[in-house]
Design a protein around this ligand. Structure first.
Ligand code: ADP
Ligand code: ZN
Length: 519
C-alpha cells in the first residue's frame, strides 16, 4: 500500500512494472539483489523507491558523471532530495550534507566511493542508509564489454557497510558476467531478478556494405527518410573518423545532426548529449562513448556503421531504440574488413583470459552479422533468455528476405530489357520501361515500343532495384563505373540465362525476395 502510494506521489505512476515490486520488497527485507533487465525496463526505480519509504539514504555507484547529473536533476524535479559526489569536486558541501542525512539518494562515482574514508561511511550509516546500488554492474566483470578497474574494488565497502543490502543492476546477462558480479560484490543469499530481454517493438536487420563515398551518400539518403521532429536516429560508428565523415555528409545534406566521441572535450560532449535529449537535432552520430543513461523515448532508428565489438554492446546500444514501445528499427551495416579488427580489440586485454573473452564476444557479433536464421532468437539465446520460437516475424530474416522464391520471369524481364537498351544505362531507365514510364528519355529513344514496356508495373521501382542488386551479386548483371556514372549490363552468365529462356518460359531462378530497397 505504502509502496503504491510512494510510486504515485513521487513518480506519478499507478502501477509497478514487472519485477519492480518484488525487488523493492526484497531490498526492504535487507536482501542483496541482482537485477538483470533490458535497458529501459525500469531498473532505476528499484533503488529509488526504498529511500522514500524508509527515510534512509540510497547510495548509488554510477560510472558516468553526465548520467548522474541527469538523474539528480530529474529526481530533484520530483521533489526527491538527491545529489552526487565525484573526485572532481573540491567543495565538501555534499559530503557533509550526506553525513548529516540530508539526502534520499546520493550518487557516487566508483573512484570516489573507493577514496572516501571509513569515517564518511560510518557517519552515513549512522544517519541512515537503506541500500548500496551498483549501476551498470557489468563494469565489474572482465567478461563484460566495459570493464572498469575501480569497480573491482567496490568489495572493500562490504566490510564497512555491514547489513546494508547491495543491489547490482545491469542489462548484460551472460552467465559469466552474472557470476562475476555476484562474486565481486560478495553477494550472499541474494535475490536474482532476470527480466525478459525481448524488445518486441524492435526490428533487427543486418546489411553488408563496401566502404565508399557512394555508400555514405546512400546511408544519408536512407536516414533522411526517417528524419522529422518526432523521431531521432543514432548512428554508432566504430571510429572517430567515421563519425566525422558521416556527420559532415548529414550536414551537407541539410539534416540537423550532432556528433559525440571520446576525443571531444567533456563540455562539448555534455552539450551534444543535452541537445540530443532536447530534440535540437535529429541524428546523433557517435562512437560507443555515447552510451549509458540515454533515456530518450523517441529514438526510432539505431544504425551501427561497422560491426560492433561484442553482442553485449550491440544489444545495449541498439536497446536505446524505441524505449517508448513504438515500433523502431535497429540496422547493422558491416563490411568484411571489420572482421579483421579482432587483433585490434584484443590488444586492450590485460590477461590471457580477458583476451579470450574479447575474442569470443567479437566472434559472437560477427556470427550475428552472418546469420541466416532469426536474429532475435540468436540474440535472446545468447543472453540465456531462451526464445521459444524459431522465427520472430520482426527481423530481416523472418520478414522474408531470405525466403527464396522463383523469380525467373522477373529476372528474365529485367535482363532482357537491359540487353535491349544496349546495356548503356543505369538501373532507372530499364526499370522505368518495365514500369510503363513515358518519360521524355524513354519516348525519345522509342523504348516505349519495346515488348517489355509496362510488363512490370505491378511491382515498385524499389522492388526492381532490389532484384537488380540480387542479380548483380550473383553475376547475372555487371555494374560499371564511367565518369562517376554507373551503367548496368548483362554478363555472360546473364546472356546464357536469356538464351535458354523464351518470353513464356524461363529456367527456374530462386532468389531472396527483397522487400523494398533497403540499401
Ligand atoms: P533502465 O534503468 O532499466 O534502463 P529506467 O529506470 O531508466 O530503465 O526506466 C525507463 C523508463 O521507464 C523511465 O522513463 C522511467 O521513468 C519509466 N518507468 C519506470 N518504472 C515505471 C513504471 N512503474 N510505470 C511507468 N513508467 C516507468
Ligand atoms: Zn526473426
Amino acid at each position: 500500500m505504502e509502496m503504491q502510494f510512494t510510486l504515485k506521489k513521487y513518480f506519478g505512476y499507478t502501477q509497478f512494472r514487472p519485477y519492480q515490486k518484488e525487488i523493492i520488497e526484497k531490498i526492504l527485507d535487507g536482501k542483496d539483489c541482482l537485477i538483470i533487465m533490458a535497458t529501459g525496463s525500469g531498473k532505476s526505480l528499484c533503488y529509488q523507491v526504498p529511500p522514500l519509504i524508509t527515510g534512509k539514504a540510497a547510495v548509488v555507484i554510477s560510472p558516468l558523471i553526465s548520467l548522474m547529473l541527469d538523474q539528480v536533476m530529474a529526481l530533484k524535479q520530483r521533489g526527491i532530495k538527491a545529489d552526487y559526489l565525484s573526485s572532481a569536486q573540491t567543495d565538501r558541501g555534499v559530503q557533509s550534507n550526506a553525513e548529516l542525512g540530508h539526502y534520499d539518494i546520493l550518487y557516487i562515482t566508483p573512484e570516489k566511493a573507493c577514496a572516501l574514508p571509513t569515517s564518511f561511511w560510518s557517519r552515513l550509516l549512522k544517519a541512515g542508509m537503506c541500500l548500496l546500488a551498483v549501476d551498470e554492474a557489468h563494469c565489474i566483470s572482465e567478461w563484460g564489454h566495459d570493464f572498469r578497474v575501480e569497480y573491482k574494488q567496490l568489495d572493500k565497502l562490504r566490510n564497512v557497510l555491514l547489513n546494508v543490502p547491495f543491489v547490482g543492476l545491469t542489462a548484460t546477462a551472460t552467465e559469466k558476467v552474472r557470476s562475476d558480479i555476484i562474486n565481486s560484490l560478495l553477494m550472499k543469499d541474494h535475490h536474482v531478478a532476470i527480466g525478459s530481454f525481448d524488445r518486441k517493438n524492435l526490428f533487427y536487420g543486418v546489411k553488408s556494405f563496401s566502404r565508399s563515398s557512394q555508400f555514405v551518400d546512400q546511408l544519408v539518403e536512407e536516414i533522411s527518410k526517417y528524419v522529422d521532429n518526432a523521431n531521432s536516429t543514432i548512428v554508432y560508428c566504430t571510429t572517430v573518423k567515421d563519425t566525422e565523415e558521416i556527420f559532415k555528409s548529414l550536414l551537407e545534406a541539410g539534416i540537423k545532426a550532432g556528433i559525440y566521441h571520446g576525443q571531444m572535450a567533456n563540455k562539448a560532449r555534455e552539450e551534444a548529449h543535452r541537445s540530443f535529449i532536447r530534440d535540437e537535432f535529429y541524428v546523433m552520430v557517435a562512437t560507443v562513448a555515447f552510451g549509458m543513461g540515454i533515456d530518450k523515448p523517441n529514438v526510432r532508428y539505431v544504425i551501427h556503421y561497422g560491426c560492433p565489438k561484442s553482442l553485449e554492446s550491440y544489444y545495449q546500444e541498439s536497446g536505446r531504440c524505441g524505449r517508448d514501445g513504438v515500433p523502431s528499427a535497429c540496422w547493422l551495416y558491416y563490411t568484411r574488413s571489420d572482421f579483421a579488427k579482432a587483433d585490434f580489440y584484443s590488444a586492450e586485454a590485460r590477461s590471457a583470459s580477458q583476451r579470450k573473452a574479447i575474442m569470443e564476444a567479437f566472434s559472437a557479433a560477427q556470427h550475428y552479422c552472418m546469420l541466416s536464421t532469426c536474429r532475435r532468437k540468436y540474440l535472446l539465446d545468447y543472453f540465456a533468455d531462451e526464445y521459444a520460437h524459431d522465427e520472430c516475424g520482426n527481423c530481416d530474416i523472418c520478414t522474408s528476405s531470405m525466403k527464396e522464391k522463383d523469380l525467373s520471369r522477373e529476372a528474365f524481364l529485367l535482363m532482357a530489357c537491359i540487353q535491349s537498351c544496349g546495356g548503356r544505362w543505369g538501373l532507372n531507365l530499364p526499370i522505368g520501361i518495365l514500369r510503363g514510364s513515358r518519360s521524355k528519355k524513354i519516348v525519345d529513344a522509342q523504348f516505349d515500343k519495346l515488348p517489355f514496356h509496362g510488363l512490370g508495373k505491378e511491382l515498385s521501382a524499389n522492388w526492381w532495384k532490389g532484384l537488380a542488386y540480387q542479380l548483380i551479386s550473383r553475376d547475372y548483371l555487371v555494374e560499371t563505373f564511367k565518369d562517376m556514372y554507373k551503367t548496368v549490363s548483362v554478363s555472360e552468365k546473364g546472356l546464357q540465362f536469356l538464351r535458354s529462356s523464351s518470353p513464356d518460359h524461363q529456367p527456374p531462378l530462386f532468389l531472396p525476395e527483397t522487400p523494398g530497397m533497403d540499401l
